[in-house]
Ligand binder design. Structure first.
Ligand code: NAD
Length: 333
């Protein structure tokens, strides 16, 4: 198939494109920016999805689409930018595909369509009402509805994949990583909590200012572990490929997540032990996430089987840290 992948210069899109090429598909990549490392065999269209012309002739021969291009932000000031990138741009992409050879459209949605930090029941699954608590989650709800509508209007089969949080293992022990820095490193979390004015957490982390060798083992003040689904980017990308190649008809909604949700405190201790880093126990408010998700539907409908469990994540994260030249901490506590 010739498959269009949007967001090909991003963390997940590049991995999806790579896996599609390996399976013999042809790939047209669309992104705002050029890829950092161009993939041989991908035709890149660089530009804003929101500015694609209707019935774009460059997309006429495409038979399936993985729409991953989006903005992720939890800054209230970004609400309008989120709408433009995740809703208006999705609309424009759908219009650009009118009259094309497309028969199947897969959308990267998110677990943030649910109230993940206060779900009505757990494990969270596709039957849970969509009640986002962030502008980002709200834009994913709107994008899902546009895709479902376009599927009915144009006679495509459509799949909304609700992704769990996703990381490349190499990002986990990188203090500069957008997600993992503040999630796992005491010094980086201190900066974020200070910016949010969270005085009790700032007081616990103050001794670790500028010390990138101490990981944060978080637990909640009500005793619950801080817990969420974390999937490896390679596993998630395989789920996207399965959804593109599957023979489902009509509209499907499928949660794509790990077999087991991760207790972040336990994970941090395992990472610290394997990497020779320090670890500090920190108590977070009850608003910190503590949820488990189900991937039963992905297993059943797509045959999805994640390969990278928590132990393998630790091994790969430590290997990546060593090859990036980040050393062990002396006198790890
Ligand atoms: P990313 O930020 O690394 O990549 C997104 C890409 O989309 C970027 O390369 C960006 O340039 C491109 N893009 C944004 N707006 C665009 C526009 N208007 N036109 C063209 N390109 C545009 O994100 P990612 O982690 O690779 O995530 C991919 C998808 O998965 C997104 O839809 C995201 O919402 C979804 N998702 C990600 C996670 C996660 O944990 N990473 C979790 C749930 C859902």
């Amino acid at each position: 198939m010739r498959i269009a992948v949007t967001g090909t210069s991003g963390r997940i899109g590049a991995t999806v494109a790579e896996q599609l090429l390996a399976r013999g598909h042809q790939v047209t990549g669309l992104d705002l920016v050029e890829p950092r490392e161009p993939l041989a065999g991908v035709d890149h269209i660089v530009g804003d999805l929101g500015e694609l012309p209707r019935s774009d002739p460059r997309l006429a021969g495409v038979s399936a689409v993985a729409h991953l291009g989006a903005l992720m932000s939890w800054d209230d000031a970004d609400a309008e930018r989120l709408f433009a990138a995740n809703v208006t741009a999705t609309m424009s992409l759908l219009r650009a595909l009118e009259g094309s050879a497309v028969r199947r459209f897969v959308l990267a949605s998110s677990g943030e369509v649910y109230p993940e930090n206060a779900p009505a029941y757990q494990p969270l699954d596709e039957r849970h009402p969509r009640q986002p608590t962030t502008w980002y989650g709200a834009t994913k709800v709107l994008a899902e509805d546009l895709v479902e509508f376009a599927g009915r209007k144009f006679g495509w089969s459509t799949v909304c994949l609700r992704f769990s949080h996703t990381q490349h293992p190499a990002e986990i022990l990188d203090p500069d990583s957008f997600f993992s820095g503040p999630r796992f490193f005491a010094s980086r979390r201190l900066l974020r909590e200070r910016a949010n004015g969270n005085a009790p957490v700032v007081a616990q982390l103050a001794p670790y200012e500028d010390d990138d060798s101490v990981l944060l083992a978080a637990r909640r003040e009500d005793g619950e572990p801080v817990r969420m689904g974390i999937l490896a980017a390679s596993d998630l990308a395989r789920g996207v490929v399965l959804a593109l190649e599957a023979g489902t008809s009509g509209h499907e909604v499928i949660g794509l997540g790990p077999d087991e949700s991760t207790d972040l405190g336990r994970f941090a201790r395992e990472l610290a032990a394997a990497a020779g880093l320090g670890v500090v126990e920190v108590t977070l408010p009850v608003t910190a996430p503590s949820y488990v998700t189900s991937n039963a539907r992905a297993r059943e409908v797509l045959g999805f089987r994640p390969e990278i469990d928590r132990a393998r994540f630790v091994e790969l994260a430590v290997q990546a840290r060593r090859s990036a030249g980040r050393g062990l901490r002396s006198g790890a506590r």
